[in-house]
Design a binder for this molecule. Structure first.
Ligand code: SF4
Length: 414
């Protein structure tokens, strides 16, 4: 049966909550980074336009660093400044702009959701976190809470990686932070502490604190605006939990929020005892033989053949050099043969395995796949036609290649 978390891990003192809100917001007003989506959210009078900007930025920021996102965000908003403009875009255009940002299904789902708002919701965004999550594909609990609090002023908390770290440290939560007991507790806590009059700023402040001060490895506790409310810091300074827990409840293995009894507080880690995560699953290894077919274009510049991937699955709809997944253990000679057969079947003309020149290997890490591309090159004298019935293809110059919807991995291959 679930054990309810001991009160010492929660925020229960109203004065302490007030102090947390006050200190955090004052720090945010002074120290926040200038980011284009923040500027727009602060200056745009139309709430739906604000919501659209926050939505785009939040989807781009999932799994991606702020510094990388800024350029993509600016180009996106220039091309599709409104939801209505995005709803008119093609998947090809979305993939082209998204190329290099990774996790391509994010762009696709964003565009599908924009279409849905325009065609099924009369162009009006849902305005609460509950409706946003329920009605928009690709919008989860976190993104819904971010849009609702920042754009529509709903007093709802949000929990992302940064917030998990900050809250776990503030309340000495050391159980596996991906467990349902901890996740539920963190959402309850985020909803309890969010500032009622400035929920969007409060949520952004909590995330900003995690991104710039309460960072994973060497947090800047001395500069932290909420250090007085931080139990991990108290514990580090005093060498014992604060307040001293009831031994019946906490620290002896029964508490669903304490570090597991087998891995207790390690004083050499200090506040970085929190949070803790279960060991990550190792990505699986995969190997793909890929062939760069090259010909001389009309002005003598090289051109390359690219083909489009299926419209679903990994890297859906993106363009790549003709490729074939192969077994890890395949010998080079055999690999050359199967790749030549593959090319032959698509090109409808003989391809000699010996003509394929092995260039080298490119390794690319997707979130869950450790992918090795074995790169071959095949220079061609004349034109070839690719069987476009199953897979569209086209010849591109190097410049056109970089402007196409191709993944970072394929850029490395070229
Ligand atoms: Fe994080 Fe340190 Fe601030 Fe606590 S005092 S919230 S551990 S930066």
């Amino acid at each position: 049966a679930p054990v309810s978390p001991p009160a010492q891990h929660l925020f229960s003192d109203p004065a302490e909550i007030q102090a947390l809100r006050r200190n955090l917001l004052a720090w945010y007003d002074k120290c926040k980074r200038d980011l284009p989506w923040r500027t727009l959210a602060a200056t745009e009078p139309d709430a739906d336009r604000r919501a659209y900007a926050v939505w785009v930025s939040e989807i781009m920021l999932q799994q991606t660093q702020v510094a990388t996102v800024i350029d993509y965000y600016n180009r996106w908003m220039q091309k599709w400044p409104t939801l209505q403009a995005l709803a008119q875009a093609s998947l090809e255009e979305v993939n082209e702009l998204w190329a290099g940002l990774g996790y391509y299904s994010r762009g696709k789902r964003l565009q599908e959701a924009a279409k849905k708002v325009v065609s099924e919701l009369a162009g009006r965004m849902p305005r609460t976190a509950e409706d946003l999550q329920k009605l928009l594909p690709g919008v989860g609990r976190y993104t819904a809470g971010a849009i609702a609090s920042i754009s529509y002023g709903q007093a709802t908390g949000i929990v992302d990686g940064n917030v998990i770290r900050v809250l776990c440290r503030l309340r000495c939560i050391g159980a596996d932070s991906s467990s349902s007991a901890v996740t539920d507790c963190l959402w309850d806590m985020a909803n309890a502490v969010v500032d009622r009059s400035r929920p969007g700023d409060f949520n952004q402040a909590l995330m900003e604190l995690g991104a710039t001060v309460c960072v994973p490895k060497a947090p800047l506790c001395g500069e932290c605006p909420v250090r007085k409310q931080c139990r991990a810091r108290h514990r580090k300074l005093l060498g014992q939990p604060t307040p001293v827990p009831d031994v019946e409840d906490c620290g002896v293995g029964d508490c669903p929020l304490c570090p597991p009894a087998a891995e207790p507080w390690d004083s050499s880690l200090g506040v970085t005892n929190f949070p803790r995560k279960a060991a990550k699953k190792q990505p699986r290894s995969a190997r793909t033989a890929t062939c760069v077919l090259e010909r001389r274009g009309c002005h003598g510049a090289p051109e390359y053949l690219i083909v489009q991937r299926p419209r679903s699955g990994l890297l859906a709809g993106l363009w790549e050099f003709p490729s074939l997944p192969v077994a890890q253990s395949l010998q080079e000679e055999k690999e050359r043969e199967v790749l030549a057969d593959h090319l032959q079947a698509w090109m409808g003309q003989p391809v000699a395995a010996e003509g394929l020149q092995l260039i080298g290997e490119v390794v690319h890490i997707f979130s869950h796949i450790h992918q090795t591309y074995v790169v071959y090159s095949l220079p061609l004298d004349g034109d070839v036609t690719w069987d476009s019935a199953s897979s569209p293809s086209r010849w591109v110059t190097e410049e056109e290649f970089h402007a196409s919807a191709v993944s970072t991995a394929m850029k490395k291959v070229l």
